[in-house]
Write a protein that binds this ligand. Structure first.
Ligand SMILES: [Zn+2]
Length: 125
């Protein structure tokens, strides 16, 4: 149980100490093993793993926005898939039977058979 002790400012270990009222355990206090500072409850104890750690994630870890999909990736979306079922009430995947968006990407993608007018950008043979 690592804490960043607010009394001594160091990362130390906390020691839990049960609190009794008569013979009944009513809670736990936490003691800093470095300086002996006392925290009345777990909620007040500055446990290290509960602290946010800014700076751990770099910009590269962020998911890319959908707008940067290349054409090839875009065409792996449900709207281009032969399993995509479109009806007046919903659009769903014919494989999983789950509701889906035309822009969703799917590992079970299978491109639907090309029709002459399906993709105006495709080169004509
Ligand atoms: Zn301390």
């Amino acid at each position: 149980m690592e804490i960043r002790c607010s009394a001594c400012g160091k990362i130390t270990l906390a020691r839990a100490e049960p609190v009794y009222e008569g013979f009944k355990k009513t809670g736990e206090v936490f003691l800093c093993t470095g300086c002996g500072a006392r925290y009345a409850s777990a909620a007040e104890t500055p446990f290290v793993q509960d602290q946010p750690r800014p700076g751990v994630f770099t910009a590269a870890d962020k998911p890319r926005p959908p707008s940067v999909f290349s054409d090839d990736e875009r065409q792996r979306s449900c709207g281009w898939c032969r399993h995509f079922v479109l009806n007046p009430f919903s659009q769903r995947c014919g494989l999983s039977n789950k509701e889906t968006e035309a822009t969703d990407l799917c590992v079970r993608f299978e491109k639907k058979a090309a029709t002459p007018d399906a993709d105006p950008a495709a080169p004509t043979p």
